[in-house]
Design a protein around this ligand. Structure first.
Ligand code: C2O
Length: 537
């Protein structure tokens, strides 16, 4: 195993897209930021130095950070922010994982521009469990606002409303020629006939689940969230914010130019966002004058496609890469997802939106929760997060008002989990104000998605239909609109681990919580001591 070192300078740079130039926060002046290349088993040291006016914190999304939450990154959960003029060295091992993950700022909405891919190659001499591609490309999907994102959010908060939709989607930071002034901001990928390419696709968008397709070509899905899958072929992939998907693409069409395209999947009565970002798949030697054609993507609200696509995702579950699914469950949790309103004297109409789990809208602490837990600081958080909603109701019936009450306490409320216990968590969407789909991300773990469905979870009938053979293993999963998703994991990683909706909008409204996983009795089962340079609060 090697030590891989990276220097991340947080700098503000002027970047221009869609005929608008604006200062954005970057890593090393680049947008998107640099890719981290490592091999399974490596130790990684990323020294982050903050030269910007904003507080910063970086999260290595999907890396398990065993016993090492200090390197996980969510601000005020595992560390305090890196302030202007300071540095912090993220020091972690990449153990037992290989594939595509990504990193992003984990403070306010700064991940709008501060993100990049993480490529973890398998151990030397360990081939991929699929035919070896001739070449690999990263395809990082994102969003672009013409105005300052923090300002967009501030405006929204003042009005107590969702902030404005982004002005473009992007592929590797580029919107593609369907947007104004974007001809030269188009990502192009050159291919040779007959060769096979591995595309490492990341959804770094703030608020949109995305379809992605390539005209004329099919894709074979081989991995999601750095876990190998049973391969299957599709015209379109669906990818939620936080998720990654690796596909194989064979350049087996008439040599020419083809559009890759991405646009949102939205199956709720919101204004449909139809903006399509494009990039070009170009066969070698074809002149740029040949016009590409667009791929057929499903309708923006094609729920059927979404359900059937997600059903196809299965763990590879081979002897070499077994699915270590817990079959016995020690702790059952049932969390409802809802929206509510809170009075807000400083907001334009006196109220603002909140989002909650089991009616609790998370309040951010002033001190990092992991520090508070490790040093036994009392009074920072409580461990009374309920295992189920206060009162059961018809979760997905007619639209409900906020009268069920959303609690917005003064301290974060967390759930305490015994070391090595097996947990099943059912996330249930509700019609509190409105139904909507939510990509949930758990830090510090992968989990198995044992079941999902539309309507209310039935604790008798639904578990009987679980996939306990080859459920997909991942770190971010969609809870369908007006439906539920059941996940399982073994709590073998001690620490304080954030869990939240990866739509930045919803996270901001409080759709988040954290698990305190207790230390185990063994010598290697407790949280490692904090690094010396851990930022102080
Ligand atoms: Cu990718 Cu807590 O986030």
């Amino acid at each position: 195993a090697a030590i891989k070192k990276y220097q991340f300078d947080i700098q503000v740079r002027n970047v221009s897209r869609l005929c608008h130039a604006k200062p954005i926060v970057t890593v090393n002046g680049r947008f998107p930021g640099p890719t981290i290349y490592v091999r399974e088993g490596d130790r990684v040291l990323v020294n982050v130095t903050n030269y910007a006016q904003y507080n910063m914190s970086i999260h290595w999304h999907g890396l398990k950070q065993y016993r090492n939450g200090w390197a996980d990154g969510p601000a005020y959960i595992t560390q305090c922010p890196i302030q202007k003029g300071s540095s912090y060295n993220y020091d972690f091992n990449v153990t037992g994982q290989r594939g595509t993950l990504w990193w992003h700022a984990h403070i306010f909405w700064l991940r709008a521009t501060v993100y990049g891919a993480i490529v973890i190659m398998p151990k030397q001499g360990t081939p991929y469990p699929f035919p070896r591609p001739n070449m690999e490309f990263n395809i990082v999907l994102g969003e672009w606002w013409n105005t300052d994102v923090e300002e967009v959010v501030r405006q929204g908060t003042k009005m107590g409303l969702p902030p404005n939709m982004s002005d473009a989607h992007t592929i590797n930071g580029k919107p593609g020629p369907l947007f104004p002034c974007s001809e030269k901001y188009t990502f192009a990928m050159e291919v040779e006939p007959g060769k096979t390419y591995l595309l490492r696709i990341v959804n770094a968008a703030l608020n949109d689940e995305l379809f992605f397709g390539i005209s004329g070509h099919t894709m074979t899905v081989v991995e999601v969230d750095a876990v190998y899958t049973k391969p299957f072929t599709t015209q379109t992939i669906l990818i939620a914010p936080g998720q990654t998907t690796n596909v194989l693409v064979k350049a087996n069409q008439v040599p020419g130019r083809y559009f890759m395209a991405t646009r949102p999947f939205i199956d709720v009565p919101l204004p449909i966002d139809n903006k399509t970002a494009t990039a070009i798949l170009q066969y070698k030697g074809i002149p740029n004058t040949v016009l590409p054609s667009l791929p057929q993507l499903p309708a923006p609200n094609d729920t059927e496609f979404a359900l059937s696509y997600n059903r196809k995702l299965r763990s590879l579950n081979s002897p070499q890469f077994p699915a270590n699914l817990p079959l016995k469950v020690d702790r059952k949790l049932f969390y409802t997802i809802g929206f509510g309103k809170d009075s807000c004297p400083t907001c334009a109409n006196g109220t603002r939106l909140l989002a909650s789990l089991n009616n609790i809208s998370f309040v951010m602490p002033q001190t990092a929760l992991l520090q508070a837990h490790y040093f036994n600081l009392t009074g920072v958080f409580r461990t009374d997060f309920p295992d189920k909603p206060p009162t059961p109701f018809n979760y997905t019936g007619a639209p409900l008002t906020a009268s069920l009450g959303t609690v917005h306490g003064t301290k974060p409320s967390l759930s305490k989990i015994a070391f090595n216990s097996t947990v099943e968590l059912v996330l249930q969407d509700t019609n509190l104000l409105t139904v909507e789909s939510h990509p949930f991300h758990l830090h510090g773990y992968n989990f198995f998605v044992v079941g999902t469905g539309i309507g209310n979870f039935d604790p008798v009938k639904d578990p009987a239909k679980y996939n306990l053979v080859d459920p997909i293993e991942r770190n971010t999963v969609g809870v369908p609109t007006g439906g539920w998703t059941a996940i399982r994991f073994r709590a073998d990683n001690p620490g304080v681990w954030f869990m939240h909706c990866h739509l930045e909008l919803h996270t901001g409204w409080g759709l988040k919580t954290a698990f305190v996983v207790e230390d185990g009795p063994g010598p290697d089962q407790s949280i490692l001591p904090p690094p010396k340079d851990l930022p102080a609060c």
